[in-house]
Design a protein. Structure first.
Lengths: 197, 267, 616
């Protein structure tokens, strides 16, 4: 066996390990998010707080859009198209930021000068659970954005190739995963149950 | 001594030993079991179930330990013997047997467990209701029918009692060992515990859930008395001839207690 | 070599600096947002804990390679002792060899077990007589709670040690699938332990279960506990992820799942639990932390919260966790028993699958800790039945062990003694389980010392005894030398009767009406004699463990040279030199037989390709 094929074999081996590891991590995280959903249904039952439906719809749409741009970036690097790749990543990160800012300003009311939020974490269980769920999700969005920034920076410096781009692949799957979590959180927070007063 | 490990004589000897130990262990366990007085109807049910459990424990313990000790002595490696043991890798019939038989035992115990549980929680028609409040680190008993409040729990013998319980601060747990049954007191909700005292006497209700600094001393006196004495006690209380409620029953006092707790622990 | 070159030292410095920085950060941002920036306040301390832990990880160097990756720098996996420094220093810093990491886990586990045990003997001394001797209730509660978490964390480290050291060796893998993650998962424990010990300074009194509202009202020491457990839990998750990938993907040709050494099955089952359930305790403890920090009312009835919700979240992890504690230990028993019986493991497949069965059923039984909690009464029956069901796969293990011993050629060096001790001790632990599981009897026994006796027996039988057996058994492979057999036997003959006394003593005082977690008891109960016995037994156990530690340290220098395979085991790790070389297997191995075919002459389990680096 030549060293080149040996090295490649080592890489595909490692790649398979990496993929399995990432999916196991997602299974693990699913229990975390599942636990938050359990908390929500235990404490709220068939009620929900009064939240701003327009904002909810907008941020959800933004996050969904970002999945498309992420997918675009990944496909691009598979075909060696570095410009689209970097562009797609940048768009994704910006959409992620928009989502974050939307949540922070409008749902959390972090900047009362712009917008008075309607719930405080210490108010009651509604505030507590809203902040716990959006907070834990936001934490994942933030880490996703940092991840994108790192991948973007490496890609800019010429890293990744159509054959070798595990960094991009994992970043993309992670981002989709975080999106999917929101698909579960959004109805749990905004849609299910009757508004409690 | 039989030579082969599958010789039937091994199994007969071991089986006899298991049977003997089971009987002895069962007798021993039941003789020395230091249970508190059997003070309620619920206690009878629970003690009955306990005794079946003890028999099962005696049997299973003997089964495993006797066979193990038997192997240790009989199948010991002799000095200088470097040969290997007989090669058998398993036996599917045996494996299925010792999966299915325990499964049956489990369901039998499940059945008796469910029956005992419904026995000890069943409501009786003519219950005395007592509202129990726990707080750090004391108890308050209120008799809603007569408006009596007390730091001591007094109940008539042979009459079903029902505790409606709640807590003012943290979780506590109501337990009179002689009545066997136990139930937590949770702030923000009411929990219920039923028991029917069957022996008169003086007991204590102990807090069984860790509730902070003085959890160990969260104990209140309990008196199980004849019906007449109970009525007399209630009457005295309603007439106000009895001594006033001890200070700890007071709301404000309970709060000071909490603060002392925090003080004591933060330094 | 300077002290500074030790990763551990840099880590501790990093933690101190980080702690200060974290506190400063919180205080500064509180100033910024117009809060009252009082020194020593809870938020500042929590900030210190979090940033301090990150500081430790940066200081020790567990993140260095990843930081390089972020900047696009390749980092070859350096294997071997550090350059220009004595070889022992690698144990005090980040090292990617799974054998080093295994030892790091194991030794840290023993130290923590010692710390936890020390708390136990301290409060046991107090309990030997009624009345207060030298502890006050506040100290008592703190020490009791510390005993619980220190000992349980020690178990997690101990099984991490066994799994990391043994699994790659047993499946003939070069290393774990993710060596850097492996090192990270170990090192994150250390700031966790430091944080746990810091809680002593402030005290906390909730027991290891830290039920709210008590844990929300109590002193700030709780915060340290929450975050310590969070960090240690993170280690569990990452470590188990690594083990699962290693087991599923790094096996050599010929090693089908049903040809793995049985211990690997046990680790696999354990890892499934750790990977998933641990998230729940992490989440529950975070919720407690934030309820304290921000007044979030998850568990506060005044705000619509529910104290019982915490118990569900807590036990959804902590019940499966007790099977995390014992499954590897039961795997060790199944692993060592055939070697000293010189007979195949009886019913290999049944034992392997029973581990998985225990792990899976274990997810459905958490409510048996909450029979008296006030949750819906209809929940009691399903939890009763599911709990009883666990007895079935556990029984399969016991009976298969008997089948393994029956008709063997048994010999009794120290590891085998500990295995036999483990079986007998785990048996009483296990058998005291069903009586707790049938709800009616639990209404009596719940929160008494009977439960305390139950779980010390299961933990000692399922973890402590097998752990010690494993230490003695693989000691020659680790050090190349034999431990002192006489001292080992003395250890066993002191510890086993002492343990029986302790556990049975606890159960009997429990039945007499002794509640758990009380700093003082009423002499009228008549339990004083029992308590004296338990205390003496506790001291005896502690002394015997000290003997073991002495034995291990002493024999590493003076012990007889052990040779490759002193136990004549078939397992691959015994076919290589002792101590195991840096690269365990000089060339890849192939599996050509069954792992436990003792009694078939000339059969082997593994085929070692040209035995290059054989003995010396
Ligand atoms: C460390 C490991 C460990 C293990 C393995 C177990 C195993 C079991 N445990 Fe235990 N348990 C704990 C650790 C453990 N436990 C701890 C730490 C606590 C207290 C937590 C706290 O509150 O602080 C606790 C508490 C606890 C409770 C709650 C008590 C209370 O607080 O009121 C209950 C109740 O059901 C219970 C049940 C069981 C059962 C049924 C098993 C079963 O898995 C046992 C199965 C084994 C056998 C039964 C023996 C062998 C089997 C046979 C020989 C086959 C035939 C048997 C039959 C047919 C019965 N345990
Ligand atoms: C691994 C788990 C583990 C271990 C090993 C032990 C070991 C011991 N435990 Fe405990 N115990 C728990 C886990 C464990 N325990 C848990 C989870 C609780 C529940 C806590 C709660 O309620 O919240 C508990 C609670 C508990 C109680 C109940 C207290 C109460 O409810 O008020 C008691 C009382 O007797 C007790 C006693 C002991 C004793 C005497 C030992 C002895 O075996 C200890 C023997 C000593 C050692 C094993 C250490 C020996 C070594 C050295 C002294 C040398 C030091 C060396 C170095 C530092 C290198 N333990
Ligand atoms: Cu109240 Cu313990
Ligand atoms: Cu349990």
């Amino acid at each position: 066996m030549t060293t080149v094929t040996a090295a490649l074999e080592g890489y595909t081996q490692q790649l398979r390990n990496n993929r399995m590891g990432l999916w196991l991590f997602f299974i693990s995280e699913a229990f975390l998010f599942g636990g938050l959903l359990v908390t929500r249904f235990y404490l709220w039952g068939n009620t929900r707080p009064e939240l701003d439906q327009t904002i909810g719809l907008i941020v959800t749409g933004v996050l969904l859009l970002s999945s498309f741009s992420m997918n675009m970036a990944e496909t691009a690097i598979e075909h060696g198209d570095r410009r689209t790749f970097l562009g797609g990543l940048a768009v994704t990160a910006v959409l992620g930021l928009v989502f974050l800012i939307g949540v922070m300003v409008f749902e959390w009311g972090l900047f009362p000068a712009i917008y008075e939020g309607h719930l405080k974490p210490g108010d009651n269980v509604y505030g507590a659970v809203v902040f716990a769920m959006t907070g834990m999700h936001a934490l994942h969005v933030i880490s996703g954005i940092i991840f994108i920034a790192i991948v973007w920076n490496l890609g800019r410096k010429g890293g990744f190739s159509p054959e070798r781009h595990w960094g991009v692949e994992s970043c993309a799957i992670y981002w989709h995963y975080v999106d999917v979590v929101w698909i579960f959180f959004y109805p749990a927070l905004y849609l299910i149950g009757t508004v409690a007063h | 001594m039989p030579k082969s490990a599958t010789d039937i004589r091994h199994f007969i000897i071991a089986g006899v030993l298991v049977a003997i130990t089971t009987v002895l262990l069962d007798l021993l366990l039941k003789a020395i079991l230091p249970m508190p007085v059997q003070g309620s109807h619920q206690a009878q049910v629970i003690d009955q179930l306990t005794s079946w459990h003890l028999t099962l424990i005696a049997f299973l313990f003997s089964l495993v330990v006797v066979i193990m000790l038997y192997s240790l002595f009989v199948f010991r490696k002799k000095d200088g013997d470097e040969s290997e043991g007989a090669h058998f890798e398993g036996n599917t019939v045996l494996e299925i047997a010792w999966t299915v038989i325990p499964l049956i035992v489990v369901f039998v115990f499940g059945f008796f467990g469910v029956r005992a549980l419904s026995d000890v929680t069943r409501a009786a028609p003519d219950e005395i209701t007592v509202n129990v409040t726990g707080f750090q680190w004391s108890w308050l008993f209120e008799y809603p029918d007569s408006g009596v409040a007390s730091n001591e729990l007094v109940l008539p013998v042979d009459r079903a009692a029902r505790m409606d319980m709640t807590s003012r601060d943290v979780i506590h747990s109501f337990w009179i060992p002689e009545m066997r049954v136990k139930q937590d007191l949770v702030p923000g909700m009411t929990t219920t515990l039923r028991f029917t005292p069957s022996v008169t006497g003086e007991y204590t209700v102990d807090c069984a859930e860790l509730c902070g600094l003085s959890h160990y001393s969260m104990v209140a006196p309990v008196r199980i008395v004849e019906q007449a004495e109970y009525e007399q006690w209630l009457a005295e209380r309603t007439a106000g001839t009895a001594p006033a409620l001890a200070q700890t029953g007071d709301e404000t006092d309970a709060d000071t207690d909490v603060e002392t707790d925090a003080d004591a622990q933060s330094n | 070599m300077t002290l500074w070159s030790l990763g551990l030292v840099r880590g501790v410095v990093g933690q101190i600096v980080g702690f200060a920085a974290g506190m400063a950060l919180v205080i500064a941002s509180r100033l910024l947002f117009g809060f009252d920036p009082v020194w020593n306040q809870e938020p500042a301390l929590v900030g210190g804990i979090i940033i301090g832990s990150i500081g430790f990880l940066i200081g020790v160097g567990a993140l260095t390679d990843w930081f390089k990756w972020m900047r696009g720098i390749e980092t070859p996996l350096h294997h071997g002792p550090p350059h220009g420094r004595p070889a022992w220093t690698r144990y005090f810093g980040v090292d990617y060899n799974h054998k080093v990491i295994g030892i790091q886990y194991g030794v840290t586990g023993i130290i923590l077990l010692g710390i936890g045990g020390m708390f136990a003997v301290i409060f046991r001394t107090e309990l030997a007589a009624s009345g207060f001797q030298f502890l006050n209730p506040s100290n008592y509660n703190t020490y009791l709670s510390m005993h619980g978490w220190a000992a349980l964390a020690a178990i997690l480290l101990g099984i991490g040690g066994m799994a990391n050291y043994l699994v790659p060796l047993m499946i003939g893998a070069e290393d774990m699938a993710f060596p850097r993650l492996n090192a990270f998962a170990f090192w994150i424990n250390v700031p966790g332990i430091i944080t746990l010990l810091m809680s002593l300074n402030y005290g906390w009194d909730g027991g290891w279960t830290v039920y709210p509202p008590l844990s929300v009202l109590g002193p700030v020491g709780y915060q340290f506990t929450f975050w310590a457990v969070f960090l240690i839990g993170l280690s569990s998750i990452l470590g188990s992820l690594n083990l699962i990938v290693t087991i599923l993907r790094m096996r050599p040709p010929g090693m089908s799942l049903f040809r793995m050494p049985i211990f690997v099955w046990a680790v696999f089952a354990t890892s499934l639990i750790q990977l998933t359930a641990t998230q729940f305790i992490g989440q529950a403890f975070l919720m407690l932390s934030f309820e304290r920090l921000l007044g979030m009312g998850f568990f506060d009835p005044d705000k619509g919260g529910a104290p019982i919700l915490f118990q569900h979240l807590f036990w959804f992890y902590s019940h499966p966790a007790v099977y995390i504690f014992v499954l590897p230990g039961l795997g060790i028993i199944s692993e060592i028993l055939p070697v000293f019986s010189r007979k195949p493991l009886f019913g290999y497949r049944w034992i392997a699958l029973s581990s998985i069965a225990i792990a899976l059923v274990g997810f459905l039984v958490w409510g048996h800790h909450m029979f008296t909690s006030g949750y819906g009464e209809y929940l009691r029956v399903p939890f009763m039945i599911s709990t009883l069901l666990v007895a079935v796969p556990t029984g399969v293990k016991f009976f298969s062990w008997l089948g393994t011993m029956w008709g063997g050629k048994l010999s009794f060096p120290t590891p085998m003694l500990f295995v036999l001790g483990a079986i007998s001790v785990f048996l009483i632990g296990g058998l005291s389980g069903p009586i707790l599981a049938t709800t009616a009897t639990d209404l009596f026994l719940h929160d008494t010392y009977f439960v305390v006796g139950h779980f010390h027996a299961t933990i000692f039988g399922g973890f402590v005894f097998p752990f010690f057996a494993a230490i003695y058994f693989w000691y020659p492979k680790i050090t190349g030398r034999m431990y002192d057999e006489t001292l080992g036997k003395i250890h066993f003959w002191l510890m086993t009767p002492a343990f029986w006394t302790m556990s049975l003593g606890q159960m009997s005082v429990g039945v007499m009406g002794m509640r758990r977690r009380i700093a003082d008891y009423d002499p009228a109960l008549g339990v004083e004699f029992g308590h004296v016995l338990v205390t003496i037994a506790g001291f005896t156990i502690a002394f015997s463990v000290l003997l073991m530690i002495y034995n291990l340290l002493h024999s590493a220098e003076t012990g007889r040279v052990a040779g490759n395979n002193p136990w004549r085991s078939r397992s691959p790790e015994w076919q290589i030199p002792s101590p195991a070389p840096e690269h365990s297997y000089a060339s890849p191995i192939t599996v050509v037989g069954e792992p436990y075919d003792y009694g078939i002459p000339n059969s082997t389990y593994v085929h070692m390709a040209p035995l290059a680096a054989a003995d010396d």
